[in-house]
Design a protein around this ligand. Structure first.
Ligand SMILES: [Fe+2]
Ligand SMILES: [Fe+2]
Length: 272
């Protein structure tokens, strides 16, 4: 069985800086340490964007320091809090597609495809919303074509579906309909993983199933009608773990800060 670790919305800042009192670097270190101890057989780590809080070079340098000795091959996506140019400068070995932070690679059971939904253009009508331009969509079209007969896992920072939070839906992927139509046409995307919302969410739309994970740092409160996408709470941080078998994806979310080691679990004789 393959195991894929997903950490989203790291929001790393320069040393000593906090978000609503939380140190994102400390939380990321805790998540990485917990995942390594609990799942030492993880084959890949995928970071689904908002790697840093402001996209500053000092923040990418801090992210690089944190991940320097991590023994799991790591794939990076960018989100709306990132800066593509600064990211690429800090991580020059990251594979790119036509200058965008997109890549594709094979696991034993699945093909992974990652997308760059960051819209840094001056014409972005809704700051922080995401968009896939023609260049990125054409690349994906060709990748899905090349993956004919393979089961694809698709990763993107901005969810391409409304998740029911007004403020976050406003800054989601503006052309999610176009992406979903392409996915439906190819028929080989078995699951989509997104970030951006800072909350554990899963669902389906048409034939597409999706999962969204909490951040290791700050979380989005459950306020459905809120118009404020900057609301944050200090709920426990989490990461995602995908258990992969041929034709199968099982998605776990682990609240690593409150997780109890299995050896310390208590026995309930009446539980099933
Ligand atoms: Fe985020
Ligand atoms: Fe985001």
């Amino acid at each position: 069985m393959g195991k894929l670790l997903v950490i989203t919305d790291l929001h790393v800042q320069a040393q000593g800086e906090t978000i609503i009192g939380i140190d994102p670097a400390a939380r990321l270190r805790a998540a990485l340490g917990h995942a390594l101890a609990t799942h030492p057989d993880t084959t890949n780590l995928i970071l689904t964007g908002d790697l840093t809080h402001h996209g500053d070079p000092a923040e990418y340098a801090e992210l690089k320091r944190i991940l320097a000795d991590y023994p799991v091959p790591t794939t990076y996506l960018v989100g709306n809090h990132d800066d593509r140019e600064n990211f690429i400068a800090a991580f020059p070995d990251t594979p790119l597609a036509n200058g965008f932070v997109q890549t594709s690679f094979d696991l034993d059971t699945h093909r992974v495809i990652t997308l760059d939904s960051l819209d840094q253009s001056s014409t972005n009508p809704i700051p922080h919303s995401g968009f896939l331009c023609g260049t990125r969509l054409d690349w994906l079209d060709a990748q899905l074509d090349a993956a004919k007969g393979r089961d694809v896992l698709l990763f993107i920072h901005h969810p391409p579906v409304g998740i029911g939070f007004d403020a976050m839906d406003l800054i989601g992927l503006r052309n999610g309909d176009t992406l979903r139509a392409m996915i439906e046409r190819h028929g080989n995307v078995k699951h989509l993983i997104a970030g951006h919302v800072h909350r554990t969410i899963s669902g389906s739309i048409g034939t597409l199933s999706f999962s969204i994970f909490k951040s290791p740092c700050h979380q989005m409160p459950m306020i459905e009608r809120s118009r404020d996408s900057s609301l944050s709470t200090n709920e426990p941080g989490a990461y995602g773990i995908l258990f992969l078998r041929k034709g199968q994806v099982v998605v776990h979310s682990e609240d690593f800060e409150i997780a109890v080691d299995g050896s310390a679990a208590q026995h309930d004789p009446y539980s099933g």
